[in-house]
Design a protein around this ligand. Structure first.
Ligand code: CTP
Length: 399
């Protein structure tokens, strides 16, 4: 997703530099061009060679490099589309807020015209220090971007806010700053994600292999593009994306109620959830004891939430999902028509790189009218944006 974008990563001296190495590696894997600038104290933690190998470029460290005739900091400041300072120490925040340029990184920040994203990481007392907080407020007022540090056990042994934010969160923010048009401002999007669980007794339940990754990616993408986003999720092990409203549910019936309650007020629904079609006729209150011989469980149908939305819809754009093992196109087209969908995202779960638990997906976009578009193998995050692009295109045509 970051192909063609240039990012300068400024590394200052904090123990979280080891996480920055992973960040640089992930940004490189995402296709970004990378340049790393290290301060002198950062080099006390990690040698420049580490970042040279990970970024594929020599690391810049000195304001005055004898072998370079040009004005380095001006050249370096003009090159990137985004500067990310990670970890950002109290010192670099203080220098940037006060207009001090006494080394390469601080002068590059001062000469930059692109957005600058600070990712602070430091001891909790330093972070809460009034001067540091004042510097952050000053920089925010001036238009600098921030990702707040996380809370937990810090390297110094203290507990509190000061850990470098999660890398996923930093990457999401970087993608948001570099790629995204805020083209969903004013829209409300409801996304359902994950499996449902249907209790048999207090100990056992029926569920499926849905990880929730696709739905969480769609919700994160919609929120990043400015939509008010509701994520109605069955149980998953995922961290919710930033900037969404999360509603946790367990059973298909709970998901049905949560979705139907809110449907009238949304502009778009993306139903990635793998909803159980059946539930045990009754969830018994006491644990079922084993006995000799076979046992059978009577199942009854759950509401088809999407089909119900298809009946009720007026202005809403409805996007459904289908996981198929055979006759993908025929089954998907029938589903799109039966459920009155604007778009159906169909995946053949037999293909390598597609379906449950995977970070990638290979899908076909199926339209009620009969058009079918094959998508290449894509990261689920990238696919999330393509789905929203398609849904917005359908919405424009309808208006
Ligand atoms: N869906 C739903 N409510 C259900 C079942 C499914 O809203 N009770 C939605 C899913 O969120 C998904 C789509 O419908 O968007 C899946 O369609 P469906 O026909 O249920 O697919 P399968 O369950 O795979 O259907 P089948 O078992 O007929 O293949």
């Amino acid at each position: 997703m970051l192909a063609g974008k240039n990012i300068t990563v400024g590394v200052t001296g904090g123990i979280a530099v080891f996480k920055t190495a992973q960040l640089v590696s992930s940004l490189k894997a995402g296709g970004a061009g990378l340049q790393v600038i290290m301060t002198r104290s950062a080099q006390e933690f990690v040698r420049p060679l580490t970042f040279q190998v990970l970024s594929g470029n020599p690391v810049r460290t000195d304001l005055f490099e004898a072998d370079r005739g040009s004005v380095q900091h001006i050249e370096l400041a003009a090159w990137p589309d985004l500067i990310v300072i990670a970890p950002a120490t109290a010192n670099i925040l203080g220098k940037a807020a006060a207009g001090i340029g006494d080394d390469l990184l601080s002068t590059v920040i001062m000469a930059a015209t692109c957005p600058v994203l600070f990712c602070p990481a430091m001891n909790v007392n330093m972070y809460n220090n009034a001067v540091v907080q004042r510097n952050i407020a000053t920089l925010r007022d001036l238009g600098y971007k921030f990702i707040e540090p996380g809370t937990g056990r810090l390297a110094c042994g203290a507990e509190g806010q000061g850990r470098l934010a999660d890398l996923d969160q930093i990457i999401e923010e970087i993608e948001g700053l570099l790629i995204l048009r805020k083209d969903m401002v004013g829209l409300t999007v409801m996304v359902t994600a994950g499996p449902t669980v249907e209790p048999i007794d207090p100990v056992r339940y029926l569920t499926n292999r849905s990880s929730g990754k696709m739905g969480y990616a769609v919700a994160g993408a919609a929120a990043a593009r400015g939509a008010k986003t509701l994520l109605i999720s069955g149980p998953t092990a995922l961290k919710p994306p930033c900037g969404i409203e999360l509603i946790n549910v367990e059973t298909a019936a709970q998901m049905y109620n949560a979705v139907i309650d809110r449907f009238a007020n949304v502009d778009m629904v993306v139903k990635t959830a793998a909803v159980a079609d059946y539930r045990p006729k009754e969830a018994v209150a006491q644990k079922i004891k084993k006995h000799n011989g076979p046992m059978s469980l009577e199942l009854v149908r759950n509401h088809d939430i999407l089909a119900e939305l298809g009946k009720r819809k007026n202005k809403q754009i409805l996007v459904g999902f289908a996981a198929e093992t055979n006759d993908l196109e025929r089954n998907s087209l029938r589903k799109a028509q039966d459920k009155n969908l604007d778009l159906l995202v169909a995946n053949d779960i037999n293909q390598a790189g597609a379906g449950f638990g995977s970070d990638t997906n290979i899908v076909k976009f199926v339209y009620r009218g009969g058009d079918i578009k094959q998508m290449p193998l894509m990261d689920k995050k990238e696919l999330a944006h393509r789905i929203l692009d398609e849904a917005l295109a359908v919405r424009r045509k309808k208006q």
